[in-house]
Design a protein around this ligand. Structure first.
Ligand code: SF4
Length: 256
């Protein structure tokens, strides 16, 4: 991925210079502390790329439990599933909207899902994404992001969590919030944050380890580092978190 989004010459230079030991341990340290707190998270079996794409579209801005629920309902309503998504593509918008009522914005997602599956069929000649395995990671992501509703974090989820198993970080709103509070990298949008964070990912981390890392951060975002009222006192990352330290200092000043 290009580095044009790095804001100034110092950042450009930093992007090409070797990491200091402190920088190199930034993500592994977060990972170790979260593993110590939550234990190994349960990972889903890697789905095929198209199934992951459909799931990621439903899961966008939705709690994971609701996304699982929506996916199950979708499969059940149309007797569809991995290798057989044609019934979903051929359903009406109203039927789709009813089937995915458990997720947020079902009306918008029903429209996008149908258009996405129709456009993939038109481009590929059948409803499958298995051919993407022959492409380099960057090319896969560019190809996926040509479709409306498939943004940077969805393309990262498809390449990393599916059977494609490529290195990527799916920076959704939760991950971005945690990364910014921890000051892991300078504040930026999701695409630039992914680019910067991938520089901090150890060479030895494969896609499975990256998925584990993202699940752990997701758990933290849901349970402690919530959008409102983060529970910094109970957070395993407090000792390395400038925002947590500031929050606790403010609490002491106000006497809470
Ligand atoms: S210490 Fe607070 S702000 Fe920092 S990561 Fe933990 S919950 Fe979030």
């Amino acid at each position: 991925m290009p580095n044009e989004e790095l804001n100034n010459p110092e950042e450009q230079e930093e992007a090409h210079s070797p990491l200091t030991p402190e920088q190199a341990d930034r993500l592994p340290r977060v990972h170790r502390l979260l593993l110590g707190h939550y234990g190994e998270p349960k990972l889903r079996q890697s789905p095929d790329p198209l199934t992951q794409l459909i799931y990621s579209l439903l899961a966008s801005r939705t709690q994971p439990a609701a996304a699982e629920h929506g996916m199950r309902d979708l499969e059940r309503a149309f007797h569809a599933g991995p290798g057989n998504w044609e019934p979903v593509r051929d359903a009406s918008i109203a039927e789709l909207e009813r089937a995915i009522a458990a997720v947020t914005f079902p009306e918008q997602k029903a429209l996008r899902l149908k258009a996405l599956l129709e456009q993939i069929t038109a481009r590929v000649g059948s409803l499958t994404l298995e051919f993407l395995a022959r492409y380099r990671t960057g090319k896969i992501r560019t190809w996926l992001q040509q479709f409306e509703g498939v943004d940077h974090h969805i393309s990262a989820a498809v390449v990393c969590f599916s059977t494609l198993r490529r290195r990527a970080l799916s920076i959704d709103a939760s991950y971005l919030r945690v990364a910014q509070r921890l000051c892991l990298t300078p504040r930026a949008d999701a695409a630039t944050t992914e680019e910067r964070l991938l520089r901090l990912v150890p060479e030895t981390w494969d896609a499975a380890r990256l998925e584990e890392h993202q699940r752990l951060v997701q758990l933290l975002a849901q349970t402690l580092c919530r959008f409102k009222d983060p529970q910094c006192k109970a957070c395993p990352l407090l000792r390395i978190c400038p925002t947590g330290e500031r929050n606790l200092n403010e609490l002491q000043l106000t006497g809470d």
